[in-house]
Ligand binder design. Structure first.
Ligand SMILES: [Zn+2]
Length: 333
């Protein structure tokens, strides 16, 4: 097993303002996780290329891209209530969006068996028209759209604790991209009801699994086994992209879900086997407790390369499987 680790020092230079939770130190915490994972011989580290404008325009309006470019030239500015940038943010965002494209090329060239994009700013809240929720460009959507353009079938599984509203928005009408999100409800941005199942020709290709505060890995495992796994199997993707936010960790300050690093390791192990070899790419999204970010990354990396690693044990109890039963009923499984 070889893990391609894509990261760039310029991704540290993006700053969204003083005391903003999506801060440069997050990337150092994730790098520490790679170190702590014990995976050394199994890892290839590389700097990604910047995304090109036409690759962004597959998922974003020209106005969104122009706004980010204009603000970078002006030295920075605000994109929405929670999202701001500095002069360095454009380059960071271009590299963050380019990482997944490089990951795909490397996996196709058999240079690695799996890939982790350790980048910021994150992406999954950015809609077609609006940078929001700490996200400038939608990194995972850019990669999904590039794969889609090559005729691939793409499944996106998003286990960041917040709903991936941007990714959902971009692919809601697309039957060739399956979007599955597990997220705390109620929580920012408020979307992602279980009844949101896609639109038009894409009806059924969106699966939302809102979980209540206090949910543990036990509920997530039930959801993976009874809904996520069967939905992905039925869709039969050729590629699987994972929005890996670690803000569902029990110590995260922005949410109330009770996951552990061990849970995250189980999630990626489970998801990885839903597609063929060398067809899964992991994207860093949220995660705002630095220590939890390190531990979760270490556990996930170990999970991706099949290494034994001492992680916090998976969590159990404390939540109701009614949510899963209800969702399963809606999705007719
Ligand atoms: Zn999040």
């Amino acid at each position: 097993m070889t893990l391609l680790w894509l990261s760039h020092p310029r991704c540290v230079d993006h700053e969204a303002g003083e005391r903003h939770p999506e801060r440069p130190a997050r990337l150092g915490a994730v790098m520490a996780g790679l170190e702590q994972s014990g995976a050394h011989d199994e890892v290839v580290v590389r700097k990604p290329r910047p995304v090109e404008r036409h690759e962004l325009l597959r998922v974003h309006s020209p106005e969104l891209v122009d706004t980010v470019e204009r603000l970078a030239e002006a030295g920075g500015g605000r994109l929405d209530a929670d999202t701001a940038m500095n002069a360095a943010s454009l380059e960071a965002a271009q590299l963050a969006a380019g990482a997944g494209l490089d990951a795909v090329d490397a996996l196709l060239a058999e240079e690695a068996t799996t890939a982790f994009c350790a980048v910021r700013p994150p992406g999954h809240h950015a809609t077609a028209d609006q940078s929001m929720g700490f996200c400038l460009f939608n990194n995972i959507a850019v990669t999904a759209a590039a794969l889609r353009a090559r005729g691939e079938r793409v499944a996106i599984v998003d286990f960041d604790v917040h709903h991936g509203n941007g990714t959902q928005d971009i692919f809601a009408r697309d039957p060739e991209v399956l979007f599955v999100s597990l997220h705390q409800h109620p929580l920012y941005p408020g979307s992602g009801a279980v009844t949101d199942m896609g639109e038009g020709g894409g009806l059924g290709a969106t699966v939302n699994l809102p979980v209540p505060p206090g949910s543990t890995g036990e509920l997530y495992r039930a959801a993976f086994d009874t809904i996520v796994g069967p939905a992905v199997d039925r869709f039969a993707p050729t590629w699987l992209l994972i929005s890996a936010g670690f803000d569902g960790h029990r110590r995260d300050p922005l949410a109330e879900v009770d996951l552990t690093a061990g849970d995250y390791r189980e999630f990626v192990r489970f998801l990885r086997q839903l597609v063929g070899p060398a067809r899964a790419v992991v994207f860093l999204e949220g995660g705002y407790d630095l220590e939890a970010l390190t531990e979760s990354t270490a556990a996930v990396v170990a999970g991706l390369v099949d290494l034994d690693h001492e992680a916090e044990p998976p969590s159990a109890g404390g939540s109701s499987s009614d949510v899963v039963a209800h969702a399963a009923h809606l999705h007719e499984l």
